[in-house]
Design a protein around this ligand. Structure first.
Ligand SMILES: Nc1ncnc2c1ncn2[C@@H]1O[C@H](COP(=O)(O)OP(=O)(O)OP(=O)(O)O)[C@@H](O)[C@H]1O
Ligand SMILES: [Mg+2]
Length: 290
């Protein structure tokens, strides 16, 4: 059973600002799927990417960080449970709380649980403890974050190896995500994010947004914005979108996502190789100086 009473590494990690340097390639890469604004597609992106990565053979843990308005199970058509409350109350082990779908393991939140609502929780510490305890069991840990710039969310974003900032062409979505990246940069020292533009209606619109956002982030925040790609707005009734999202056959939305995930996974593998190579170079240099 996962115990929340043992000494946790969180305070130390946060106080030392060791967000970037704590990971080795043997541990999962943690990705926050985040945005300043609600309804832009964070949960859709989280669920779809988790499914694709797991189908590619990676071991994936998806953590629903919207702890009492959990949407991941709703999207996946899984039963709603009170497991998250039982987990944080210490009455159910994490293994008994996960939904298992092949290589994909999902920890859902609750949905309007009064018990959870009444409980004082530090969700960021809780999630970081889960990551720290289980990161050797997975290749990727995905965090489906709630909208907005609550401190707990920003701590989780800063703690992650990667931040996928989801933006739509709506001007307030762009402004809110810029605000999120600004606070991450000024308060947490985050200098690199990934951008995913969702609900685009044309290539020209996508190119315009990439140019404006990249220039603004680079000039004003001195941060790097890696471009993941764009997802077209599906012209389907809103209640049918999830079915289209999770379908695979002859589906341009699926191909679009597969391309983005494949490119990212290759980039990540390349980074791991580069960091392992530079580590081995350092060891050789040290050997030489002895
Ligand atoms: N590419 C798309 N094309 C059409 N509709 C989309 C697309 N992506 C998401 N949607 C729709 O947008 C709505 C919001 O999606 P989703 O729940 O994934 O957003 P969210 O950012 O997680 O929202 P919240 O902030 O409430 O957690 C859903 O109704 C979904 O059907
Ligand atoms: Mg959501």
């Amino acid at each position: 059973m996962h115990s929340f009473s043992k000494p946790n590494p969180t305070d130390w990690l946060i106080s030392q600002n060791k967000y970037q340097s704590k990971k080795t390639s043997k541990k999962a890469k943690t990705i926050s799927i985040t945005a300043g604004k609600g309804g832009v597609g964070k949960t859709s992106v989280s669920v779809k990417m988790a499914k694709i990565l797991s189908e590619m053979g990676y071991r994936v843990l998806l953590l629903d960080c919207d702890s009492n308005l959990s949407n991941t199970v709703v999207k996946l058509n899984l039963p709603i449970t009170n497991y998250f409350y039982e987990l944080v109350s210490g009455t159910r082990s994490i293994e008994d709380c996960l939904h298992y779908d092949g290589n994909l393991h999902l920890l859902a939140g609750c949905n309007g649980s009064l018990d959870l609502f009444k409980k004082t929780l530090e969700i960021d510490k809780l999630i970081i403890d889960i990551i720290a305890t289980h990161e050797r069991e997975y290749d990727y840990i995905l965090l489906d974050c709630p909208a907005g710039i609550a401190k707990e969310t920003l701590t989780l974003n800063a703690y992650s190896d990667y931040r996928f900032v989801v933006v739509t062409p709506d001007k307030s979505s762009v402004t809110d995500s810029y605000s999120l990246m600004k606070i991450l940069n000024k308060e947490y020292g985050v200098t690199e994010n990934h951008l995913l533009i969702n609900k685009i209606s044309s290539d020209a619109q996508y190119q315009r947004m990439v140019k404006t956002l990249s220039e603004t982030v680079e000039n004003f925040l001195k941060s790097r914005l890696n471009i993941l790609g764009g997802i077209y707005k599906e012209e389907v009734p809103e209640d049918l979108f999830d079915r289209v999202l999770l379908r695979q056959e002859k589906n341009s939305l699926h191909k679009n996502f597969v391309n983005i995930v494949t490119r990212f996974a290759e980039e990540n593998t390349q980074r791991i190789h580069e960091s392992e190579f530079s580590k081995s170079q350092n060891i050789n240099l040290n050997d030489f100086s002895l």
